[in-house]
Design a protein around this ligand. Structure first.
Ligand code: A2R
Length: 322
């Protein structure tokens, strides 16, 4: 498709690059010696941007530099790095990769929860250090007779809930609106839910609306016996307050796959025994990343061929309204 040129804004998996290159002229911004010069010279030819976490923000100022931009394909379900509202108002569709990663992230969330409560990384380190020879590993916390509050009972939150039910956890949730046909207790107040549960599972979108929604007050309500698990975005948690509360024991434990300024992680966490730290690997299996990558390519291809995007985000409905 000669007229449909695509700009990839950062490193992507070969499946995406090759899938796009098989159909379109593809430019790689991160490989350009002079990015500004490239955009100034070729910006008007670009119809599609492909971005993802770690590529930098695709905000309105960036998108404005491509006057013929029609679609932005995001690698990942969270698209807080893209100003989707502005895109929608300016006739640009944004796509993400929902559903194909739901089960993988839910699996990881439960794995991280168990790792945090049963202290699996610490137990592994114990064996490797030869300390088992000196005595048994200390007893740990338990999931038995515990309750979990889920912040964000959407696609992934619901998949986590299904797994948590099989583990025997009592469930509650908080979101802006109660979900029909859900039997778990709904809390309109996050701090009230945190007060009532043993575990807070965070799986709502990032962005301004949820910035530091897991506030100091929420974490204090979760308390010294409470466990925080975050598999959403680091921006949802007041990270400095979390570090302080974990250090002082006012928050019991945390399992974290995401951080406010990742890949930079507060070094104060490294020395803590009551945390498990992962490098944002919720969806990071070969199987699921291939599905996500294919969906990025399929969205762009379907759109370019006049069949519309497959998974547009709610801010850019298709066909466009009005
Ligand atoms: O608020 P609602 O009723 O629209 O429910 C959504 C909830 N949510 C929020 N809850 C509290 N305060 C907010 N400001 C807020 N905004 C959204 O989060 C819904 O229950 C859930 C999001 O569900 P889905 O849109 O189905 O997203 P999915 O596929 O589960 O992924 C969640 C996030 C992604 O955005 C990535 O950042 C992360 O998982 O990996």
């Amino acid at each position: 498709m000669p007229d449909f040129e695509v700009l990839i804004t950062g490193p992507v998996m070969p499946l995406i690059r090759e899938g796009l290159e098989a159909r379109f002229t593809v430019h790689k911004l991160h490989e350009m010696p002079d990015k500004e010069a490239f955009i100034a010279a070729h910006g008007a030819r670009i119809r599609a941007l492909v971005g993802g976490a770690g590529h930098g923000r695709i905000d309105s100022a960036f998108m404005r530099r491509f006057p013929n931009l029609r679609i932005v394909g995001n690698f990942g379900v969270g698209y807080d790095g893209i100003d989707a509202a502005w895109a929608g108002q300016n006739g640009i569709v944004v796509t993400n990769t929902p559903d194909v990663l739901t089960d993988e992230v839910a699996d990881l969330a439960m794995g991280l929860l168990i790792a945090t409560i049963r202290r699996l990384p610490q137990a592994d380190a114990y064996v490797r250090a030869g300390r088992w020879l000196d005595g048994a590993f200390p007893l740990t916390g338990s999931l038995r007779e515990k309750s979990m509050g889920i912040l964000g009972l959407g696609r992934i939150g619901s998949a986590i809930a299904a797994r948590a039910q099989a583990f025997g956890l009592e469930l509650a949730y908080h979101s802006r609106t109660p979900k029909p046909d859900v039997s778990f207790r709904y809390y309109a107040s996050l701090v009230e839910m945190a007060r009532d549960v043993d575990i807070l599972m965070v799986i709502a979108p990032g962005g301004e609306a949820t910035r530091r929604i897991v506030s100091r007050a929420v974490m204090e309500a979760l308390g010294p016996a409470g466990t925080l698990i975050n598999v959403a975005r680091g921006t949802l948690v007041d990270e400095p307050a979390m570090v302080e509360l974990l250090r002082s024991g006012k928050l019991g434990a945390a399992g974290l796959d995401v951080f406010e300024d990742e890949p930079r992680v507060p070094e104060a966490l490294f020395g803590l025994e009551n945390v498990v730290l992962l490098p944002h690997v919720g969806s990071a299996s070969h199987y699921t990343r291939n599905k996500m990558g294919q969906l990025v390519v399929d969205n762009i291809a379907s759109f370019a061929e006049g069949r519309g995007p497959l998974t547009p985000v709610p801010e850019t409905p298709w066909p466009p309204i009005g």
